[in-house]
Structure formats: C-alpha cells, structure tokens
Design a protein around this ligand. Structure first.
Ligand code: NAD
Length: 270
C-alpha cells in the first residue's frame, strides 16, 4: 500500500475505506476489520456517520496493530466553534476508543465558525492528541481566508472528486500550498459505471471501472477513500497498485470533467 507524506512528515495511506452510510454495529465493524485484514491501512469516518464506535471496534478486532492504521474523523457542522469542537473531539475519541486519532478534519467551512474550529484543531494538534489536522470541502477562497490567520497550516483538504468533478485549479492550489488533496465520492457514489471512456479503458487494461478511476486518483497523488461493505468490492478497490495508466489515458479521464457534483456545493451548503 502506497503512502503520501503530509507537510508535517506523517505518512498517510493513499487508499482508505470510506464508511459513510455504513451502519453502526456489526456492519461497520466487519467492513473495517475485513478491509484491514485485506491490505487497507486507512479508514475514513466522521461524527456525522454515527458509526465511530463500530469503526473503533473494527480497528481493535482486526489483526493489524493500531500503530499501522490511519483513522480519520471530522467535526460536524453543529459542533463547530472553539469550545464545541474541543468537546466534539473528546466525544469522537471516546467513541473510537483507539488511543489517538490520526487525522481530524473540519468537515465543512461553516461561515463565521471555521476559524474558531481551526483554532481548536491547532490546540488538539499541539497537545499531541491528533497526528495531523486538516479541512474538508474548503474551496480556494475559504483557504485564502483561513491561511493568513493560522499558526498551523491544514495538512489535508478532503473534497468531492471524480471524473465529472476534477477541480484541477483547486488541486493545483492545494499542491502549491503543501495541502494534500483527498477525494471523497471517488466512484461518484456509483455514477461512474456507465461512462463509455471508462468502459473502454476497463477493457484496455483488464481492470474494472472502479479500479481505473481509483488508479487515476493515486497516480495523480490524490488520496482516495471508496466506500463499500461488500467483501469482493473492498478487495477489488484495493487492487490498483499492479498496473499503470498511460499519460494520454490519465489526461482523457481529466477531460471528462463537467464540474458536476453528486454532493452539496460548499458555497451553498454552509
Ligand atoms: P463512493 O464514490 O465511494 O461510492 C460508493 C458506492 O459505490 C457504494 O454504493 C458502493 O456500493 C459502490 N461501489 C463501491 N465499490 C464498487 C465497485 N468496486 N464496483 C461497483 N460498485 C462499487 O461514495 P461515498 O461513500 O459518497 O464516498 C466515499 C467516502 O468519502 C465516504 O464513505 C466518506 O467516508 C467520504 N465522504 C466524505 C464527505 C465529506 O464531506 N468530507 C462527503 C461524502 C463522502
């Protein structure tokens, strides 16, 4: 499994398991343990997903030592602000019950609150309670507003990213700022499967459409967190390190971009 190195030197596995809409309890516990026992080293959850308890149990029940697993969670919009964020972090830590959190993210740029939330993340990081801190759904203008006032810069920005929403200029901006770009809904919540170019590439490389898109992510240096609870798909989505897309095909996927979201627009949602 490949890693990327965050600005503070922390290693982050380029592939993780997303668990949004995975049910708390047996479903999430089993998916997490299964993924870890089959090569994954990274799990992406959030307070919003209401499955942190099961994620923690899945990590503990797997055969992989805690130190080899990278766990992300996020502060939800209703919990933003300085004190609320600190309390939300405590609750997430209790839910997960895995000693420490690897990456804590501000889930959305809630207007008038995200700078205070960020100050709380800086404190948690300085106190050594989390290995890395970052943001999610921050567009360039949110970062341009936040960055001048920070003491510790965000190490990651997790954003919607798939062949119909490439966000090239935001990718370039994050790269220039030393902020790792991470893709949510990389499979467009299942929407990638009818795209003709991807069908052609699937036949050309002898790989599934999901594997083509996830390979496009990691070859671009983008961390990706596909969601599945189906054992065969969890394994399929991890078998992306044994082939390479050529430059023309990488570019052709980039050109599918339509600026089309499957999730909320950060400027409208917050
Ligand atoms: P996704 O793009 O990962 O798609 C998941 C869907 O694709 C599921 O319905 C699954 O059954 C299907 N699928 C998975 N692998 C497949 C395969 N190999 N073949 C066929 N179908 C397959 O969607 P997502 O869950 O929205 O995004 C992934 C993760 O990103 C989430 O679980 C969550 O952790 C994170 N996320 C974060 C935010 C945010 O605001 N930060 C928002 C949405 C999602």
């Amino acid at each position: 499994m490949m890693n990327v190195t965050l600005a503070n030197g922390i290693q982050m596995p380029v592939l993780g398991l997303g668990v949004w809409k995975t049910t708390e309890g047996a479903e999430v516990e089993e998916a997490v343990s299964f993924a870890l026992n089959n090569g994954y080293r990274h799990i992406d959850t959030a307070t919003l997903y209401k499955n942190e308890v099961g994620v923690g149990a899945g990590v503990r029940n797997s055969s992989i030592p805690r130190s080899e697993v990278f766990v992300t969670t996020k502060v939800w919009n209703d919990d933003q602000g300085y004190d609320h964020t600190l309390r939300a972090f405590d609750q997430s830590q209790r839910n997960l019950d895995i000693d420490y959190i690897d990456l804590y993210l501000v889930h959305w740029p809630v207007k008038g609150k995200y700078k205070e939330s960020w100050r709380a993340l800086e404190r948690l990081y300085t106190e050594g309670r989390v290995k890395a801190i970052g943001v999610s759904n921050f567009l360039q203008h949110h970062l341009e507003d936040l960055l001048p006032s920070v003491e510790i810069r965000p190490m990651v920005n997790q954003l919607e990213h798939h062949p119909y929403l490439v966000q090239s200029s935001l990718q370039q901006y994050c790269k220039a700022q030393g902020i790792q770009f991470e893709a949510w809904s990389p499979l467009m919540q299942g929407g990638i499967f009818g795209i003709p170019l991807l069908e052609t590439l699937s036949a050309k490389y002898g790989k599934s459409i999901a594997q083509i898109v996830l390979r496009w992510n990691v070859q671009n240096g983008i961390v990706t967190i596909p969601k599945s609870v189906t054992p065969e798909r969890i394994i399929e989505n991890s078998q992306i390190f044994d082939f390479e897309l050529d430059a023309a095909d990488m570019q052709a996927i980039d050109q599918l971009d339509k600026g089309q979201r499957v999730g909320p627009d950060p400027d409208v949602f917050c």
